[in-house]
Design a protein around this ligand. Structure first.
Ligand code: ZN
Length: 676
């Protein structure tokens, strides 16, 4: 195939992949050739008769794999954001092949011998700080991947990696199927009482897409479905929540148990007591104990808070004659309490959150205030789907910075959730600027109607854009240290900080305006909203903590423990032992659909959200209280932290901005957990 667009670097601005030319049949040959080309490049490194040096080994490795990277970023994105049967099959076939390819590099004795030699000589090489950092990280990566194991141990490691990779692809496929099968079909429109006209239209469109009559209530990939806050029909609420909770249990439950056992065995092989211990050794948290300690600190006050809130909800439900208040009633009565006690109807907010306005006058405007950035839509550049938009990003002085792709709407070919990733990572060495994208799952409005967002969706937009900025503002030499390639328990920190702008008065006043009248969101509504927000903190915290503890329980298991047989019983026991068994507030994710852990690389890493929030809450207080102009604070946050990627240690970057270590106080205060 001579016309395969992956085979040469893209000629488009910023090396944006030439999506208009890419077809499914290009992936296989490009993946095969990409892996072969990289192995040949590595053969040239190890076959070099010159002694191992930084340039001919470490930098040469940094430059290797260009073709594979070009195809993988596009392929991975398509398999998440716009998949089809052919892509799913290819994904299942290539995950184990790619894992084996990774092993072929990391377990290459000759290659490691050279890296090890450069590493031993590092003090005499006259390396600058970033080069030294690259060498340290690379060496560590090889050791953690098993480079020092014996031949027999490495063989077993390769088997484990291959099985885990294919199990992960299976988990993804089974989840896709379970989500589709879990959608509720409603034939009688009366059952949808409580939903807005737009939501009913969306449900009707959902049914049509599935070739059915009536209305389809599709499942979002987390436990508490947004529609639970609105559906007046208790029976339907119960069915919707049950369907959400049960999905994937019978198929993905046993698979997850198997994956946890394989990960424990792999950790033991590499010298760690558990997968969690192996994982955090490389993170800012450092030890299992440090994470467990933070979680333990949060459980009791969160549960006490949640129980107080649940009691109020049950009371509100009693007024409706509900005597058996349950999990399927929580969101509905939380909404009722918000409406009656705080006089906040969250549906009332939507007209003030029109997507285009939130994007340009909110998200982009905040990036201008803090970092001086400007954005221009490039209608001449194609994305990977008609709904994908391309924006060019400029510095204050007009210097081009990179591209930002935005793909906001849900569709059946897209997985659930919201995420950021890169198509091109910034690198001084390779003379590249960043091309990044955000994916969300906002319900697409009917043609001609505006997309009116929920408050959650507004926050998600700011959050994901925080990741995008981390990629765009990267200013490093080596691609493997660029942008978001920081420890996983640090990567959520810049994105969580960016959520701050959604309520920054100057920004909010600009973007939160009625889509028809242009009226700003009334201040008194905002005040009531803030109060209402404080109510529900306990419940939200318990929901996330429970999911975090499930992750922690799966991955702190040791290799000599037996594989979990009964996943439901395991989940229940874990939550009970942690003091977190609240039947009315199930975990944000149960094992069967916890894709973070079993597809997305967050195994033993879900705690990262809470860990990062400690840093985030502290930093938000710094932004608000340091007395400096926003642009100045933004510049220092950008220079010392966002632009550094992994070229400095995460905690050093944090200290460079705030001038001290992080403190947990601001998080406890924000979550209403401060003890007096
Ligand atoms: Zn995030």
């Amino acid at each position: 195939m001579t016309d395969n667009p992956f085979l040469a670097p893209s000629a488009l601005p910023y090396q944006l992949p030439p999506f208009a030319e890419i077809r499914d049949e290009h992936y296989r040959p490009a993946l095969d050739q990409g892996m072969a080309a990289q192995l040949a490049e590595i053969g040239r490194i190890t076959g070099n008769p010159e002694p191992a040096g930084f340039e001919n080994t470490v930098v040469a490795l940094e430059r290797s794999g260009a073709l594979l990277t070009r195809v993988l970023v596009v392929f991975d994105n398509q398999s998440s954001a716009h998949t089809n049967d052919a892509v799913q099959e290819l994904d299942a076939e290539y995950r184990p092949k790619l894992a084996a390819h990774d092993d072929a590099i990391h377990l290459d004795q000759a290659l490691f011998a050279r890296i090890d030699e450069v590493h031993r000589n590092r003090a005499e090489l006259g390396l600058d700080a970033e080069s030294l950092r690259l060498l340290e990280r690379l060496h560590q990566r090889f050791v953690r991947a098993g480079a020092r194991l014996s031949g027999a141990e490495q063989r077993r490691l390769r088997e484990l990696n291959a099985e885990l990779a294919s199990a992960s692809a299976t988990f993804q496929q089974q989840l896709h199927a379970a989500n589709a099968a879990g959608a509720l079909l409603v034939t009688d429109a009366e059952q949808l009482a409580g939903l807005s006209e737009g939501e009913i239209e969306a449900a009707a469109a959902g049914a049509r897409e599935r070739g059915e009559e009536g209305y389809a209530l599709t499942l979002m990939n987390f436990t508490n479905q947004p529609l639970l806050a609105k559906l007046a029909d208790r029976g339907l609420r119960r069915r919707l929540l049950d369907s959400a909770l049960a999905r994937g249990l019978s198929t993905n439950g046993p698979l997850a148990a198997r994956m946890a056992a394989l990960r424990a065995e792999r950790a033991a092989l590499l010298g760690y007591p558990s997968h969690a211990a192996y994982t955090v050794a490389d993170q800012t948290a450092g030890t299992v104990e440090a994470v467990s300690e933070l979680l333990a600190k949060l459980v009791a006050p969160s549960v006490a808070n949640a129980e107080r809130e649940l009691a109020r909800l049950a009371q509100a439900a009693e007024a409706d004659g509900v005597t058996d208040f349950g999990a399927h009633d929580v969101a509905y009565y939380a909404e009722r309490v918000r409406r009656t006690e705080y006089e906040v109807d969250t549906a009332e907010l939507r007209p003030y959150y029109e997507l285009e306005r939130v994007l340009r006058d909110g998200v982009f405007h905040a990036a201008q205030l803090a970092y001086g950035l400007a954005f221009t839509e490039r209608l001449d550049l194609a994305g990977y789907h008609p709904d994908t938009r391309v924006f060019e990003v400029f510095e204050e002085d007009g210097t081009p910075l990179g591209l930002f792709l935005a793909d906001f709407f849900a569709r059946p070919s897209k997985r659930g959730g919201a995420w950021m990733d890169e198509l091109v990572s910034q690198s001084g060495l390779l003379d590249r600027r960043a091309v990044v994208f955000n994916n969300l799952n906002i319900t697409k409005p009917a043609p001609g109607r505006p997309a009116l967002l929920s408050l959650d969706e507004v926050r998600t937009l700011f959050h994901e854009f925080g990741h995008a900025l981390h990629g765009l503002l990267s200013d490093v030499r080596y691609p493997s240290l660029a942008g978001t390639r920081v420890p996983r328990d640090f990567v959520e920190f810049p994105s969580q900080v960016n959520e701050m702008w959604s309520t920054w008065p100057e920004v909010q006043a600009r973007y939160a305006r009625h889509y028809q009248t242009g009226e700003p969101l009334p201040t008194e509504l905002l005040d009531r909203l803030e109060e209402a927000e404080n109510f529900g903190q306990g419940l939200r915290m318990v929901e996330v903590l429970a999911a975090t503890l499930l992750d922690w329980a799966w991955h702190t298991r040791s290799a000599d423990q037996e594989t979990v047989q009964d996943v439901e019983e395991f989940e229940a026991r874990v939550l009970k032992e942690a003091g977190l068994a609240l039947p009315a507030m199930p975990p944000r994710y149960r094992t069967g659909y916890f894709a973070h852990l079993f597809v997305g690389g967050y195994g033993a890493g879900y705690y990262s959200y809470l860990w990062s929030e400690v840093l985030d809450a502290d930093t938000v207080e710094w932004f608000q209280g340091n007395g400096r102009p926003v642009r100045e604070s933004g510049e220092s946050f950008r220079r010392d932290l966002l632009s550094r990627g992994d070229s400095v240690s995460a905690m050093d970057a944090f200290r460079a901005v705030l001038g001290r270590d992080p403190q947990v106080g601001p998080l406890l205060a924000r979550r209403g957990l401060a003890q007096d």
